[in-house]
Each structure stands twice: as C-alpha cells, then as structure tokens.
Design a protein around this ligand. Structure first.
Ligand SMILES: C[S@@+](CC[C@H](N)C(=O)[O-])C[C@H]1O[C@@H](n2cnc3c(N)ncnc32)[C@H](O)[C@@H]1O
Length: 276
C-alpha cells in the first residue's frame, strides 16, 4: 500500500501479520492494489473481498476466544486463517460434504475440524463455542430466525456471533427485484434481508448488537456470472436486468458500463452480536 496513514493501530497490526505470514509464501509480484489507483492483476471483486476479510479480523482482534466455528464455510479457508492468527480451535461447517473433505493441496485441518451439518440445526452442545462466524452464507438459509437461535444456543454466555452477509435495499420492492436477479444467477439464493431485518432477527434470538458496519461489495458482472457458470445468453439477461433495474435498485447497486463489462456494488453488512 502506498499510504497506510488512514489505518487504525489494529488494522496496522493485522496488515503486518498478513504480510509477514503470507507474503513470503505467495508470489505477489504485481498482484497489488495501490491506494487510490486501479487494481492490477486483481479485480475489484477480489480486492473488495480481501478488505472485507480484514474488517472481520479487525473485530475479532478485540475478543479473547478459544473456540470458533465458521458456519456455511464452503470452500473458503477462513477457519484456517483464524486458527493461524488466534491459535485456537476452529471448525468448518457446511452441508456440502465435499467442501469439508481434506485436500492434498493445503493442510487446512479439515481431517478432524470439519463437520457436515445442515443449518439451521447445529449438532453441538449448548454453549460449545466462544465465537460463531458466518460469512456470505445466510442469504441461502430458509429459516434465519432458527439459524439465529441455534447460533445463540451453541455460544457460551458472553460469546459472540460475527455475521457478514449481502443485504437487500431497504425498499421492499427493490429487495424483491434484487432477490430475483440474484436467484437468476444462482438458484440457491433464497433471500437477502435488509440491515434492519437482520437486527430484528438477532435481537429476537436474544443477541445484543455490539457493532454494525456497512461495506461495499464491488463486483464485475463478467466475473460474478462466471463464478456461477452462467452461460453467455443468461449473462446477457443479467446485464439487461441490472442496467434496466428500477431507479431504486439502481440507486443501491450503482451499475456502470465500463470497457464492455458492467460494474455494480452490492452491500454487505458485518454485525457483531453478543450473547448476554
Ligand atoms: C457463498 S458460500 C460462502 C462460503 C464461505 N463462507 C465464504 O466466506 O466464502 C455459502 C455456503 O453456505 C453453504 N450453505 C448454504 N445453505 C446451507 C445450510 N442450510 N446449511 C449449511 N451450509 C449451507 C453452501 O454450501 C456454501 O458453501
């Protein structure tokens, strides 16, 4: 980064740790994003993901915890990152068994730290974990109220849930329209809640919201569609729907045509909710 002066002390520590821990192992080369410059060899979407992961680490840095479960962990390796950083027991949990299997590629501790389970049920004792994390998975869940109360149950008193997910615009019609576009791209998309709806769900389950952060999720249509293996014709349909979206949805997603692609911005919320 050309200019680190805007980073807090906690972010500086996180950045230093990431650099020390990973930069020797990964040939970053030109794989950088200068402050204020366009990304090179890294898309807006990739860089946005990295920034949002840093935000989460910044919050986790404030807690003391010995056990953590990441639910809807998919093929991401967040529990491994948490384990490396916080030297605690971290578990993966996804209902796709394949994501939980160990691979030859990296030692991700999946042999004895990955559980195949379908949310909203979590097959753990009451108070089993200090921390539950859930990133970009909850919009696939059908019963978010039961998901929230299961998270509350498996947390020890004083434990916390760190939830990050795409959120819908506040306007209900725009939210329906956004869900339809998301579902067209990914049929497993169920529903994005608004930030206000998430707060209500978590509070109803007994949590106290300690922190709320709204984060931009910049995306390029081409890559967004490719990640879900969307064919050319359907990608054109997505393009048509995004560029031709209602004024309210466009105000939220801010679509722009650039160099043959379409850039737009989804919103993610990071909520830190405490079990009292
Ligand atoms: C978009 S991926 C997010 C993966 C990861 N958390 C990340 O940060 O990249 C969503 C994951 O949620 C999982 N998932 C969806 N519904 C689930 C359910 N009912 N129970 C458990 N996992 C579920 C999916 O299998 C998928 O791996």
């Amino acid at each position: 980064m050309a200019d680190d002066s805007g980073l807090t002390a906690a972010e500086q520590r996180t950045l230093a740790w990431l650099e020390e821990r990973f930069c020797d192992e990964v040939d970053v080369g030109d794989f950088v994003y200068e402050a204020g410059a366009e990304p090179r060899n890294v898309t807006q979407a990739h860089f946005g993901l990295l920034l949002r992961q840093l935000r989460l680490l910044r919050w986790l840095d404030r807690f003391r915890f010995d056990s953590l479960i990441d639910v809807g962990s998919g093929f991401a390796f967040m529990p491994w990152l948490f384990r490396e950083r916080y030297k605690c027991e971290t578990y993966y949990c996804d209902f796709v068994h394949r994501w939980n299997l160990p691979t030859d590629l990296w030692e991700l501790h999946k042999v004895d730290h990955a559980i195949t389970a379908k949310l909203p049920q979590l097959p753990f004792a009451d108070g089993a974990f200090d921390l539950v994390t859930c990133r970009i998975a909850a919009h696939h869940f059908r019963r978010v109220d039961r998901f929230a109360s299961e998270c509350w149950r498996v947390l020890r008193p004083g434990g916390a849930l760190a939830l990050a997910d795409n959120v819908s615009p506040d306007d209900p019609d725009a939210a329906v329209e956004a869900d339809a576009i998301e579902r067209f791209r990914d049929p497993s998309h169920v529903h994005c809640l608004s930030i206000g709806e998430w707060r209500q769900v978590l509070e109803r389950a007994g949590f106290t919201i300690e922190h709320q952060e709204r984060l931009d999720m910049p995306l390029e249509l081409e890559g967004w569609a490719r990640r879900m293996h969307v064919g050319d014709r359907d990608r054109e349909e997505l393009r048509r729907r995004i560029l031709g979206a209602s004024e309210t949805l466009r105000a939220s997603w801010r679509p722009q045509e650039t160099g043959g692609d379409v850039r737009f911005v989804l919103t993610e919320v990071l909520l830190i909710a405490r079990r009292g």
